[in-house]
Design a protein around this ligand. Sequence first.
Ligand code: SF4
Ligand code: SF4
Length: 179
Amino acid sequence: MQLTNRSKVVVNKKMSFVERLYLPAIIGGLMITFKHFFKKKATISYPEVQRDFSPVYRGQHVLKRDEQGRENCTACGLCAVACPAEAITMTAAERQKGEEHLYREEKYASVYEINMLRCIFCGLCEEACPKEAIFLTDRIVNSDYQRNGFIYGKDQLVESTEPGKRVDISGRLKAHRHQ
Ligand code: SF4
Ligand code: SF4
């Protein structure tokens, strides 16, 4: 049974005089190359030129704080369970008296790590989180020649409290709530 009409019957016929010259075939090949000079380039001069990111691009994670600057994460572990790459680990701790301004919930993650070499940026951790604590952002995880710097801890994941340094995830949050 023939599935497509792309197959060609190969005939072992003798080449004609023109075919034996090879020049027409070479000129034909050069013409194809020449035509590409006038076509729009598919490549860009990265990193000087960068493509627009999709609004739902999934890059480096952020652990969000609430409006009062308290960490949202309650160390429930659901993100770690949902992660197909087993990239997330954490240690839970109990919030002490006087730490209410640091952590929103009574339990928080004293250690929270993501192995960026394992992560496949699927976004399942974001979907599993019941506290709107973890989000993927449009930030790119920097490349490196060494592997040991790719385990990101809270120092790299929790958003800064400094004004102007908060990570805007409003677009993702909107998409999330309308799912
Ligand atoms: S994006 Fe996917 S692979 Fe990466 S940490 Fe989250 S759940 Fe795991
Ligand atoms: S990021 Fe969300 S899902 Fe993960 S431990 Fe914290 S609260 Fe739970």
